[in-house]
Ligand binder design. Structure first.
Ligand code: PLP
Length: 423
């Protein structure tokens, strides 16, 4: 039984003692948007600025050395957490930038191949090729691929979401023309979890790269990108107790070596003359300019915190809370859950509609009781259209939530239709 976990950890998160509008205890159910930060993460970032601050990989003075060592130690810690080598981890500002990095690098490869640089022929994409994504992607994993398809003429294809809210991995969408398969590991609307191994198997058969949006998975359960066999994976630090402003991108050895850079400037070069430049061949190729050093150090502290609690313990706790929320919601009239209604292949968030009440009114009513949920299309507008919902409300759970939080949420939810006189 892990239902006491949230109670045990609450004091580690100063913001959770916030009184909503000066009155109600905060019940924070918006961790899928961004998680709250434990004291150790806030302290790690602050300590870096107090004792170690300098830019990295440039300055020969002591602080420069200390900052570089802290940055690279953080890289090692974060990389090991997801089963990869530190050399395959690139820091970005968020998951969105990581996915854009891959899409723009492929576009650059296409342009360079067209200009006659044969090194990029393999990566180049054109009208005869296809990119496969899914109907349940966040805009961050749709729009960059739409753009790549638009400017190269490639076809964009969608794997469908079935009636239950799970992905239908239809092998016929994978063909010799498929160059890229970009999928979410866990939907930020439906909560459903993708069978990545199956996707990788189908993609490998046709020689396509697999780009994983791991934003909602890395914070919630053990993930090993090498074991999964994906080519690339992007996620955000701020959803896993880390600071805002830092994201991570995994590139396997092949992509790390073959992709041309996305951003050009300081640190990523090998040599620069007035006429031309050559680039680093390691992960520094993708880290142009002064990086988000303090945030990377803060994210490493977040990883330590998660490891201390234990990812299996967190996973189990969040599943229990999600199960309790689903059970309570299913017993209420006028609630429509988007996504699977049982815990098979689905994780810690529940998006829902309240019959006759706009999601913004739902979230405002819940806020008046201290409960913070998200309302809107959650950056998944096409999916909402497919589901026939203008928008939805979403409650998402994390390690610091308690069973009482779920009870407060359910009790408030139960009053909404009466309050708006639609019951
Ligand atoms: C599944 C998924 N992908 C991508 C993103 C984008 O993350 P960020 O805004 O941190 O880049 C999010 C954030 O909500 C998400 O939930």
């Amino acid at each position: 039984m892990t239902l006491d976990l949230g109670q045990e950890l609450k004091d580690d998160f100063p913001i959770l003692s916030h009184k909503v509008r000066g009155v109600s205890d905060l019940v924070y159910l918006d961790s899928a948007a961004t998680s709250q930060k434990p004291k150790v993460v806030i302290a790690a970032e602050s300590n870096f600025y107090t004792s170690t601050n300098a830019t990295v990989h440039r300055s020969g003075h002591e602080l420069g050395e200390l900052a570089s060592a802290a940055y690279e130690a953080a890289r090692e810690n974060i990389a090991r957490f997801v089963g990869i080598e530190p050399g395959n981890l690139i820091f970005t500002k968020n998951a969105t930038e990581g996915i854009n990095l891959v899409a723009y690098a492929v576009l650059n490869a296409t342009l360079l191949a067209k200009s006659g640089d044969k090194r990029y022929n393999k990566l180049a994409i054109g009208a005869e090729d296809s990119i496969v994504i899914t109907e349940m992607e966040h805009h961050a994993n749709i729009v960059p691929w739409q753009h790549l398809a638009q400017v190269t003429g490639a076809r964009l294809e969608y794997l469908k979401v079935d009636e239950s809210g799970r992905l239908d991995i239809d092998e016929s969408k994978f063909s010799k023309s498929t160059k890229i398969v970009a999928i979410t590991h866990q939907s930020n609307v439906l909560g459903s979890v993708t069978d990545v191994a199956k996707i990788v198997r189908f993609a490998n058969k046709v020689g396509a790269m697999v780009v994983l949006d791991a934003c909602q998975s890395v914070p919630h359960f053990n993930v090993d990108f090498k074991l999964l066999g994906v080519s690339a994976a992007a996620w955000s630090g701020h959803k896993m107790l880390g600071p805002t402003g830092v994201g991570c991108l995994y590139l396997n050895d092949e992509l790390l070596g073959e992709l041309p850079p996305f951003l050009l400037g300081g640190n990523m070069i090998e040599n620069v003359t007035y006429e031309s430049s050559t680039f680093r061949s390691d992960n520094a190729k993708f880290e142009a300019g002064t990086m988000n050093i303090a945030q990377v150090v803060g994210l490493s502290a977040a990883v330590d915190y998660l490891k201390n609690v234990g990812m299996n313990v967190i996973h189990e706790h969040v599943r229990e809370l999600t199960g309790a929320a689903l059970k309570g919601m299913l017993s209420m009239p006028g609630i429509r859950i988007l996504g699977p209604t049982d815990l098979t292949d689905r994780e810690g968030l529940v998006s829902f509609e309240v019959d006759g009440v706009h999601p913004h009114d739902v979230s405002q009513f819940l806020d008046s009781k201290g409960v913070a949920v998200r309302a809107g299309h959650h950056c998944a507008w096409p999916l909402h259209r497919k589901l026939g919902a203008v928008a939805s409300s979403r409650a998402s759970f994390y390690l610091y939530n308690t069973k009482e939080d779920v009870d407060v949420f359910l009790a408030a939810l139960d009053q909404i239709r009466d309050y708006f006189k639609v019951a």
